[in-house]
Design a protein around this ligand. Structure first.
Ligand SMILES: [Zn+2]
Length: 302
């Protein structure tokens, strides 16, 4: 019975997530790409979906993530405005469609895609949708050609780009991307400067892994490092420390409520984040989803 209840909640969460993705994708024909120069040769591109990072220079373009498929031409045009060199490589920070949706299009342009082995597997064999209907697999031209599960360094444009696997955090295929000479870190979605975290347990996400990832970012960042999240404004190290503290506080409170015998619904009803909500932007449905994910993870004993 309890198992069924958890399952139903999980399904509801999955459906809400699918609805969110669909509405987030919406009509993309009117989306314009906003280019921001972060350093001499590093830029961010915002359209719809996850943040795209672009390192330019004489060796060609290195990209982080690809947003949704309908935006690929606009992204490529925006990149052309900042570099006349070809896009050579792209790394995916995690599997979600708002970060990998353009992979097929960029693959067809000849871009070599890199990602964690788990990410490639999940693109090739995606989880079924909320109603159990199959999700289309990424065509092979859009699959990462190079996979890794240990740190990789790319030497391009005077930069030593570090691709650091974060074992299982937002998903089980997360990569932290560090541009040490530019003093820039891109986190993908295991750190976002908006909303409560999303531990995508269906794609192997894990709260303790998320805490490990945040610790990596905090340890790598210096006082002036620009930390660029998968969603939300660029921040400094202090914001990540504050975010990590919120996660730890919620985890401890949910553990205590569980030890008092509370069910998931009762834990959510107890509002364990009441004094924290003001510190989180765009809370929306992400708060109760997050509390439910923490509850399920602790209940599952990992
Ligand atoms: Zn994501």
């Amino acid at each position: 019975m309890a198992k069924l209840a958890i399952r139903t909640t999980f399904l509801a969460a999955a459906m809400a997530m699918a609805a969110l993705t669909a509405s987030a994708q919406g009509d993309l024909s009117k989306v314009e790409i906003k280019t921001t120069k972060v350093t001499n040769n590093f830029y961010t591109l915002e359209g719809s979906g996850g943040m795209v990072g672009v390192l330019v220079g004489p060796d060609g373009v290195f990209m982080v993530d690809s947003q949704f498929a309908p935006l690929s031409d606009k992204l490529a045009a925006a990149i052309k405005k900042i570099s006349d060199k070809p896009i050579r490589f792209m790394v995916n920070t995690h599997v979600h469609g708002d970060h990998t949706g353009g992979d097929e299009n960029f693959g067809k342009m000849g871009v070599t895609i890199l990602a964690r082995e788990n990410l490639r597997y999940r693109l090739a064999y995606p989880n079924p949708g909320a109603n159990g209907q199959p999700t289309p697999a990424m065509p092979s031209v859009g699959l990462p050609m190079i996979t890794y599960d240990a740190p990789v360094t790319m030497h391009m444009n005077g930069e030593d780009i570090r691709l650091l696997p974060v074992k299982a955090a937002h998903t089980d295929g997360d990569t932290l991307v560090v541009f040490p000479n530019n003093d820039v870190i891109m986190t993908g979605d295991f750190y976002r400067s908006v909303q409560y975290p999303n531990i995508d347990r269906g794609n192997g996400g894990n709260m303790n892994g998320m805490l490990d990832g945040l610790a990596m970012v905090i340890g790598l960042a210096g006082p002036n490092t620009k930390i660029i999240p998968g969603h939300g404004a660029t921040v400094g190290r202090d914001a990540v420390i504050a975010h990590r503290d919120i996660l730890l506080t919620v985890k401890n409170r949910v553990m205590k409520l569980i030890s008092e015998g509370k069910s998931q619904d009762e834990v959510i009803a107890a509002k364990p984040t009441a004094d924290l909500d003001a510190k989180v932007l765009e809370v929306g449905m992400t708060r109760d989803r997050f509390i439910g994910q923490v509850y399920q993870e602790i209940k599952a004993g990992k």
